[in-house]
Ligand binder design. Structure first.
Ligand SMILES: *Cc1c(COP(=O)(O)O)cnc(C)c1O
Length: 421
């Protein structure tokens, strides 16, 4: 029996309607940018397995560091102990994070990084003797699948059955230059009625919304308003962090720095799950006091797992290498050239790119999980490219180690599929 057949017996996949989509392709190997299925077919991983494997799969440099770590210290409770990989990772992260960040709190996935950020913001105000309970978020934002993270997410396709149980959140449109003034007016109205704890946003690129891109200058206006009104700003850089937008972090390009930053996905280069919620010293200081209750009583068993920390250290080292930095530049400019080529295609409505992220909107009314999306996915797979369209948006986020030849193959496959669907 194939993996695909055995899978159907006991497994339940995420984000899947099993009745209409019963098959999951068995993958037996991933190396560099290539995925190999159980029949021996190869696919270029054009989206870095959900934006994680940015240094290629099973990267020898990272796996050897992790292997060594596994032989010395595997897991230890982080509530009572500390260890070198965590200490070193905090030092290395603080060097590259926006200059106002000074504290590193560990979580185990993107959603819990957001969950911790929400709790931190609420308790920060609480500890200072103020009850602030409202969050503001951007429309169409995506921040994860736990309750707090779902609450601040605006993509209703995921949230339907849970809506009655979510936190109170007000949404504002994504700023586009023309609506900035209206957004500020909306915010002014909100703060006259309610006490706002925080504003959460995906800086520069909204991933799940279809790689929607906004300007640094526009989002900065909202952030500045928040600063002026004691609203904590939470940058969800789970997707954008670690080089995706051309800088180490999307927030690097935005003048007003966030109070809290959520990191995951590329943090550990796709090797093992981990996440981080970083914050300013000012936030941390609000949790100091004589009573334990003033501390942040939030913990995950695998906090700061040494193996995950080691994977993160190795990938940060790679990220800072000349080779990877040059690759990021190469991919970014190749994207711009490709988009210039396809932007006038009759089936294309809009194209955009930011760093290594590229998106093409297609002319169609198909819904997010409609049949066109399935057809596109199948066509790309037939051509040996793993691309996972979001509704009518095709997007690429290739590993930084992708060769120009592999990248060109992705581009020509997209052109071919554009001509045939
Ligand atoms: C993926 C993602 C999350 C959720 O991360 P998980 O590890 O899947 O829980 C949160 N925010 C953003 C911006 C993401 O892209």
């Amino acid at each position: 029996m194939t993996l695909q057949e055995r899978d159907k017996k006991h497994l339940w996949h995420p984000l899947k309607q099993h009745q209409t989509h019963p098959n999951s392709l068995g993958i037996v190997k991933a190396k560099g940018c290539i995925l190999t299925d159980e029949h021996g077919n190869e696919y270029i991983d054009a989206i870095s397995s959900w934006y994680t494997s940015m240094f290629g799969h099973c990267n020898d440099f990272i796996t050897s560091r992790v292997y060594n770590q596994m032989q010395t210290l595997d897991q230890i409770m982080f509530s009572d102990f500390t260890h070198e990989p965590a200490v070193k990772l905090s030092e290395e992260l603080i060097k590259i994070l926006p200059e106002n960040q000074n504290r590193i709190f560990f979580n185990d996935n993107g959603s819990t990084a957001v969950e911790a950020a929400i709790k931190m913001a609420l308790q920060y105000h609480f500890n200072k003797g103020e009850k602030r309970s409202l969050f503001i978020a951007l429309e169409d934002g995506f921040h994860g699948d736990t309750f707090g993270a779902m609450s601040v997410s605006g993509l209703s396709v995921y949230n339907g059955p849970f809506e009655d149980f979510l936190m109170h959140v007000e949404r504002v449109p994504v700023p586009n230059g023309e609506n900035n003034h209206a957004i500020i007016e909306q915010l002014k109205k909100i703060i006259t009625k309610e006490k706002v704890a925080g504003f959460i946003y995906e800086p520069l690129v909204q991933g799940a919304a279809g790689m929607k891109i906004h300007n640094a200058k526009d989002i900065n206006e909202i952030l500045q308003f928040c600063k002026d009104n004691d609203i904590l700003t939470i940058a969800d850089e789970v997707m954008t962090g670690f080089g995706k937008t051309g800088n180490n972090f999307a927030s690097d390009e935005i003048t007003t720095k966030p109070d809290i930053i959520c990191l995951s996905k590329a943090l550990t280069a796709g090797l093992v799950p981990m996440a981080i919620t970083s914050c300013t010293e000012e936030i941390y200081a609000a949790f100091l006091g004589d009573s334990i209750a003033e501390g942040f009583m939030h913990c995950h068993t695998y906090s700061a797992n040494p193996i995950a920390c080691r994977a993160a250290l190795a990938s940060i080292e790679l990220l800072q290498s000349e080779e990877i930095q040059q690759n990021i530049q190469r991919i970014s400019s190749a994207h711009v050239n490709f988009l210039n080529k396809v932007k006038n295609h009759p089936k294309v409505t809009e194209v955009r790119s930011k760093g290594v992220i590229l998106a093409i909107d297609l002319k169609t009314n198909s819904s997010r999980y409609g049949s066109l999306r399935d057809q596109l996915l199948a066509s790309f797979m037939n051509e040996g490219v793993f691309l996972r369209p979001l509704g009518n948006t095709i997007y690429i986020q290739p590993p930084y180690v992708i060769t120009q030849e592999q990248l060109n193959k992705i581009y020509t496959t997209i052109e071919k599929v554009l001509d045939t669907f």
